[in-house]
Structure formats: C-alpha cells, structure tokens
Design a protein around this ligand. Structure first.
Ligand code: GLN
Length: 452
C-alpha cells in the first residue's frame, strides 16, 4: 500500500510506470499474508513489491514494449521470469516505461512519453529500461526487472545510482521477453542494494526448457557472494580502452576512487588491453538491427495489437504497411531499415557476416583477459545523465552511451553496474561496471558488495 501511495504521489512527475495494477498487487500481497498466517513456508522476497519492464509478458496485463503497435494486446501467458516472480510471492506493482522495443538509451523513444530521472527531472533515467531504474530511484519500488541487449539494465542503473545486473547469456530465460535481438537479450535484476539484486537474481535465474538458449547449469551462489563482499586476492583488470577522451572527469574520478577502494580491500588491480573493443559498437549496430528486423516482422497487423486501414476492402499487405507505418516510431523504423539492408543478399557478407567476425574477435579479447584476471572493470557510461532532448535528434551521440556496455552482450558474459558516488561537477550518480566470465555471475556481486 505504501508503494502504491508513493506511485500515486510521485509518478505523475517521474512517469516510470505505463500501467499500475493496484488490485492485483494487493491480492498478491494478501495471498502472501495468508500463507504466513497459516504458518506456510515463503521465500525471502515474498510480499516484496516489484516493477516489471513492459517488454516481459504478464498474463492479462497490457504489454506494449513502449510501442503503439502493441496497444490493446493482452498476453495470454506469463514470461518465465514473470512466472518465477509470482511463484516466489513477489508482488507485481505494474509495467514500466521503456524505449520502444528496447531501442534507446534514454527512454525518450517510448511512444508514451519520456520517463524523468528522479535525481533531476530534466534529465534522462537511462534506457531502454528507464522506467525500471527510475521506479527504484524514486522509491516507488524496491525491486525491478530489466532486460539488457546492449546496456539497458546497466546504463539506467548507472545514471540513477542503482544496481543493475545483466546475467550470463542463457542464465535467465528469454521465454516471454518480447525479442529485440535474440542473441544479445537477457533479462536481469535491478534493485537499490547489492543483496536485494542477488536475492532477485536467485529467484529468476536457472534453466528453462522453454528457452532453447537457456543454460542447464547450477545458478552461481550470487547471494553468498553479495553477503561476503570479499575481494581479497581477486585479480581485477581495468580495461585500458574504456577511458580517456569522451569520459567526463567526474565519472573517471569516482571510478578511480572505487578501484582504489578495491585495491585497499586486498584486490590486485592490473591494466588490461582489449584492442578490439573499439569495433564493438559498429558490430553491435549491425547485428542488433539485423536480428531486430527479423524479430519485428511478426507485427503484421494480423496477430497482435494495432490494426490500421482495415476497411474490409484493403489487402492484407496494405493493412500491414499502414499499421507498421503508424505503429512503429522513428528509431524502430531506422533499425528495421538498417537491418534489412545488412541482411540483403548483396550486402550480407560485407556487413552482417563481417560484424559476426568482429564479434568473435571481441570474445577472444575477453578470453585473453580472463587468462590474466578474474573480472574486468570500467565506468558503466562515459557521462552522467544528460538532459532530456539533448541527444534525441542525434542517433550517433545516443549510441555512444553504450560504448562500455556493448562488449559483454556480444560475448554473452555476465556484467553489472554498481553505484560509486556522485560526480563532483554535477552531483549526479556514477556507475562502475564489472564484467565476469560466463557463469561467474557471483563475482559481480562480490565486487559490488565490496564497494557498497
Ligand atoms: N542503447 C542500446 C540500444 O539502443 C541498448 C539496448 C538494450 O539494451 N535494450 O540498442
């Protein structure tokens, strides 16, 4: 009730939520209460409220992915992540705002208007999961779920001073997560503390036979790691390429101080070079649009949501064209065009196939790095939260936000952003990114807890 009241009082200004279902949330809370009164066993997060990114299906609740094209669609099933939340007794407050189909770094690409950063309402809360990060920072919810394809959990966490974790690819199920780029997407936990994130991680992670890329392996002991925070003897590599020009002085300062703190706690800090990281962004912006153009082909006006121009005479193709023209926003159209071009027969080898080769080079950079260190660290983002409207007309400037976060999506390893204080020049939150090898998600929490 307190969280629902908080949403009612601050969300008109923050706009973190697209949809709040008070009745269902209160019913879920009451069900946990009844269980406890009966003396039944409940999990550690039972009764704790959560904000769910609008890209995950939640049976019977609007799921728009921030797009007009899905307006009116009520999913008939729960995503595996959603189902596991419900089974854990977690109370789902509602669905959070996001860049349309998770394309963006500011939540300004939502068809339903931007979300505002609670630290400064004129600034962006990050993206694409800006609704989830803002709901945490505004104390509307203590837990949230995000999805991370190129940084959409970590970058919003960094600019709102919260914790966001992208699990190892295959560590959490993508079943029921509306696909942006299937080889990159990964749902993950968001919270205000490291231990909260770990407890949520444990609820949602683990093998799912409904997702063919789900890994059938035990979930690493993330909660134990979050409780310990012991980094003594850990080898931490500072990525040389993710620093210098373009990085705000306050971001670099807080990052260096945090690394010093890890060193004082007994970690061994060494510089590490990942020479192919500079090609990560161009490779990502070919691979992502290619997969997205294919994934978004299913929005054909027949199966889901919006249907425009169906006058009983128009052909299916005309209705599809009109619906896609009206239903998709500019960024989504841009990426569908780029992806279709990159995949077309005459250009496939030059663009898509080359990008896949670059992807392998990046995976190899990580492999070499992990021969020397246990984890890698960098700033999560080159700058703190920018002003709403500042980069909206400049896609390239917007894409540069993802410089530090993209490599780990391409390689499929685990990574996270933890708050490391405020930049002196503007008083806005700074995030430190930790990247661990696949299936070593526990190391992220060890480092995060050490910094807390
Ligand atoms: N900013 C990235 C993009 O626009 C992040 C996407 C994501 O992680 N969903 O592609």
């Amino acid at each position: 009730e307190a969280h629902l009241e908080r949403i009612e009082s601050v969300d008109p200004a923050v706009h973190a939520f697209l949809h709040v279902d008070s009745e269902r949330a209160l019913d879920q809370a009451a069900a946990v209460d009844t269980k406890i009164k009966k003396g039944e066993q409940v999990g550690p997060l039972a009764g704790v409220p959560l904000a769910l990114k609008d890209v995950l299906t939640y049976q019977g609740a609007p799921t728009t992915c921030g797009s007009k094209i899905l307006e009116g669609w009520l999913p008939p099933y729960n995503a595996t992540v959603t189902q596991r939340l419900i089974e854990a007794g977690i109370v789902i407050l509602g669905k959070t705002n996001m860049d349309e189909f998770a394309m963006g770094s500011s939540t300004e690409n939502s068809a339903y208007g931007p979300t505002h950063n609670p630290w400064d309402l004129d600034r962006i809360p990050g993206g694409s999961g800006g609704g989830s990060s803002a709901s945490l920072a505004a104390f509307e919810a203590p837990l949230a779920i995000g999805t991370d394809t190129g940084g959409s959990i970590r970058q919003p966490a960094a600019v709102t001073g919260t914790v966001g974790v992208k699990p190892t690819y295959g560590g959490t199920s993508r079943f029921g997560v509306v696909a942006l780029a299937s080889s990159l997407d990964q749902p993950g936990p968001c919270a205000r503390t490291v231990l909260d994130a770990a407890l949520l991680h444990q609820v949602i992670a683990g093998h799912d036979r409904m997702d063919s890329t789900s890994i059938d392996a035990p979930v690493p002991d993330v909660v134990g790691a979050a409780r310990s925070g012991d980094v003594a003897g850990m080898k931490i590599g500072v990525v040389k390429e993710l620093a210098g020009e373009g990085y705000a002085p306050g971001v670099e300062q807080r990052f260096r101080e945090a690394v010093d703190q890890l060193e004082q706690l007994g970690a061994e800090v060494v510089p590490v070079s990942c020479p192919n990281f500079r090609y990560a962004m161009p490779a990502y912006y070919l691979i992502l649009p290619s997969e997205a153009s294919s994934n978004l082909a299913k929005f054909d006006a027949m199966r889901f949501g919006l249907r425009v121009g169906d006058d009983g005479v128009a052909s299916a193709e005309e209705v599809m064209n009109k619906t896609r023209g009206a239903g998709f926003g500019a960024e989504v159209k841009r990426r569908i065009m780029i992806g279709t071009y990159a995949l077309s027969s005459g250009y496939y080898d030059a663009y898509y196939a080359s990008a896949q080769k670059v992807r392998t080079l990046i995976i190899n950079d990580f492999k070499t790095a992990y021969e020397q260190v246990d984890v890698l660290v960098s700033p999560t983002t080159p700058t703190t939260a920018f002003k709403i409207g500042e980069k909206v007309d400049d896609p390239l400037a917007m894409y540069l936000n993802d410089l530090c976060t993209i490599p780990s999506n391409l390689a499929g390893n685990a990574s996270a952003s933890f708050p490391v204080g405020l930049a002196p020049e503007d008083g806005l939150p700074v995030g430190l990114q930790v990247i661990a090898p696949p299936l070593a998600d526990d190391r992220l929490y060890r480092v995060g807890a050490a910094l807390e």
